[in-house]
Each structure stands twice: as structure tokens, then as C-alpha cells.
Design a protein around this ligand. Structure first.
Ligand code: DX5
Ligand code: ZN
Length: 223
């Protein structure tokens, strides 16, 4: 199973985003960008103009995680701007099939995110529309929170569903992923790992990415 690491710039210096991206260039597979609107989550970060600027400033593919209301309206614009992956939340999308198709039609990978309390089983029929499932392992809104072990059984169940449907969908975990928790996520079946604090609070972010990847590779999926 391929392991991918997606450092979250939520924990980077927002005044120096291009430099912060450059610190993980060559080691990170993606750059995870958390778009928050202060409505879907109680925090406000950045939007399309900043993502467009970042796309011009880094060669790293951008992984946009939209924690916003009305993603049906806004998500296709991020794909059209050139984001490699655009993820919308199950709890916010009112027309997820149309929106996931619009993301793909604009040339990006379609991502679908579930909060810790949202079950995957209700969405099995949508799997053909999805390139990546994102399981939140904290309540969304802030970096640096504690990993929620309560989500681990859902990671295992989601991996089983993905395998049942051909195994092509990537399974991303986001929130509290660190050297202490990444092994559990990998063993449960995750293959794309978002890490904010664990990368950008480290003295050497590039080395932190390498270390996380090595830990994930050393703990392949059980069963
Ligand atoms: C939280 C965001 C995460 C956040 C993760 O709502 O979706 O991407 O940046 O940060 P850490 O890795 O510090 O928990
Ligand atoms: Zn995120």
C-alpha cells in the first residue's frame, strides 16, 4: 500500500506560506490546505485567492480540505484553480454526488470527509464518486488537538468497504496524526496522512515528514 504524507499549512506561518511550502518540497506528497469559514467550523482561515497564490508559489500538489458551508457552490472553483484534490464534508454538502462529479470534471481528485461522529455506512453507495475518503480524527476546526482513538474502528471498517469496492479509493486521516499515533492509523488501513503540528512545530519539517512516512510504512495494515 502506498503511503502519502500531506503536511497541513494550518500549523505553518501564514505570513510566509511560500517559504513554509518550500520547507517540505521534495518530501511531502501533498500540501494540505484547510479552508474554514467560521460557520461550518468555529475558525476562519483562508479562501480561494490565497489558494490561487499558493498554487503559483509551490510545485507541491495542493490538497484542499473545505470546512465550509455550501461546499456545493464553492468546491468546483478550487478544482478549476488547479488544486489536485478537493474534499467536501458529508455534513455540509447538500448535493454531494453533483459536487463530487463537478470536482472530477474540473480535473481534481474528489474527496469526501466525515467528522468523528458521522458513520461511513450511509455513504457506501457514493464510493464510485469518491477518489479519497477523509476521516477526521479530531473535531474539525483547529490544529494541535489530541487524536481521537474512538475513530479507529471506523478507519478499519472504511478500509474494508474500500477493498470491497476495488481498493482504489485513498483513505486519509486528519487530526492529531503524529509519531505517536500514525502507526495505529496505518495499521487500521489509512494510507494518506495529514499532519500539521507534527510537521510544522518540528525543528526540521522535512525530517518530520520522512519520520512519519517511515513509521507508517513500518506498520502496514493488519488483516
Ligand atoms: C483540523 C484540520 C487539520 C489540522 C490538523 O480541522 O482539518 O488539517 O491542520 O492539524 P494537526 O495535525 O496539528 O492535528
Ligand atoms: Zn484538514
Amino acid at each position: 500500500m502506498a503511503v502519502q504524507i500531506s503536511p497541513s499549512i494550518l500549523s505553518a506561518d501564514f505570513a510566509r506560506l511560500a517559504d513554509e511550502a518550500a520547507r517540505v518540497e521534495g518530501v511531502a506528497d501533498w500540501l494540505h490546505v484547510d479552508v474554514m469559514d467560521n460557520h461550518f467550523v468555529p475558525n476562519l482561515t483562508l479562501g480561494l485567492p490565497v489558494v490561487e497564490a499558493l498554487l503559483r508559489a509551490t510545485p507541491i500538489p495542493v490538497d484542499c480540505h473545505l470546512m465550509i458551508e455550501d461546499p456545493d457552490r464553492w468546491a468546483p472553483g478550487y478544482a478549476e484553480a488547479g488544486a489536485g484534490s478537493v474534499t467536501v464534508h458529508a455534513e455540509a454538502a447538500k448535493a454531494p454526488v453533483r459536487t463530487l462529479r463537478a470536482i472530477r470534471a474540473a480535473g481534481a481528485r474528489s474527496g469526501f470527509a466525515l467528522n468523528p461522529a458521522t458513520s461511513i455506512e450511509a455513504y457506501e453507495d457514493l464510493l464510485p464518486e469518491i477518489d479519497m475518503l477523509l476521516l477526521m480524527t479530531v473535531e474539525p476546526g483547529f490544529g494541535g488537538q489530541r487524536f481521537l482513538d474512538v475513530v479507529l474502528p471506523k478507519i478499519t471498517r472504511t478500509r474494508a468497504l474500500i477493498e470491497k469496492h476495488g481498493g482504489e479509493i485513498w483513505l486519509q486521516v486528519d487530526g492529531g496524526v503524529s509519531a505517536e499515533t500514525i502507526e495505529r492509523c496505518a495499521a487500521a488501513g489509512a494510507d494518506v496522512f495529514v499532519a500539521g503540528n507534527a510537521v510544522y512545530a518540528a525543528d526540521d519539517p522535512a525530517q518530520a515528514v520522512r519520520d512519519l512516512r517511515a513509521l507508517a510504512l513500518a506498520h502496514p495494515r493488519l488483516g
